[in-house]
Design a protein around this ligand. Structure first.
Ligand SMILES: [Zn+2]
Length: 261
């Protein structure tokens, strides 16, 4: 977690008094009174920021068309004067029209939700922001058949960023290298060798482990061209378990997504 510039409390008090102009990704919008909107963005340096966009629904509003879900904007937020900031300005940097296609939209929404789980209000982590931004770029452009394993790859990177990615190469009990035979257990994220696997045995299919290792060992920009050794939905249960343990939340879009990948 970013903690430059002093203790988090002092830093967040200082941040609250400042006007912020930041690159940000639009995560959520809701209507406020007749013509305004409350907008939540993820920013790289300040984490989640929420502001009131006054008059955003008016036909002549400068916000018109800029605050769509997952758009990238340069956002100017007023200082926080006891409650809510004003979103004073939003300059459009990037629209993500390709994400309106249903499967891409589902994948992108799931990734956005993971970022939210990782970053409660007042917490910033540039690595989480960068991963969401890079992940959206991939999901926007990849062949449709690659969406499933790309989302899996992004989930593994996400687990790495939040420090919750288990070792796929060694037994969590004895540290011996895991070759073809590896076992999982519902109680722990770590994998186990045959000697340390708990009963009932839950062996992991070799192709599943191969896909996860392949994704971890391949730079993200090359994921679209990967030929996965097994369908993403078959491998999806392991990262599901790790994400549930790490976030204590159940990503609600995930089952819908992997039913189709
Ligand atoms: Zn072992």
């Amino acid at each position: 977690m970013t903690n430059a510039g002093g203790a988090p409390a002092a830093r967040s008090a200082r941040t609250a008094r400042a006007t912020l102009r930041v690159p940000a990704i639009v995560l959520r919008r809701s209507d406020f009174r007749e013509s305004s909107r409350i907008v939540t963005c993820l920013s790289r340096e300040h984490g989640r920021l929420t502001g009131l966009a006054k008059g955003a629904h008016r036909p002549d509003s400068p916000f018109l068309g800029r605050l769509d879900f997952l758009n990238e904007v340069n956002a100017t937020f007023s200082a926080d004067r006891g409650g809510l900031r004003l979103l004073e300005r939003a300059d459009l940097v990037r629209e993500r029209r390709a994400l309106r296609e249903p499967l891409r939209f589902l994948a992108a929404s799931h990734l956005a939700q993971l970022s939210e789980f990782a970053l409660p209000e007042d917490r910033a982590d540039p690595a989480v922001f960068d991963l969401l931004q890079g992940g959206l770029n991939l999901i926007e452009r990849c062949p449709p058949a690659a969406i499933g394993h790309i989302v899996l790859g992004l989930e593994l990177r996400h687990l790495q960023v939040i420090g919750a990615m288990p070792d796929l190469d060694h037994c969590t009990q004895c540290g011996m290298p895991l070759q073809a035979a590896a076992f999982r257990h519902d109680e722990t994220p770590g994998l186990m060798c045959r000697d340390h696997a708990s009963l009932p045995l839950q062996p992991i299919r070799a192709e599943v482990l191969a896909l996860l290792r392949l994704l971890l060992g391949t730079p993200g920009r090359l994921w679209p061209e990967l030929v996965p050794p097994v369908a993403a939905r078959i491998a999806a249960h392991l990262p599901a378990h790790w994400l549930a343990v790490a976030t204590e939340q159940r990503p609600r879009l995930r089952p819908l997504l992997f039913a189709r990948c």
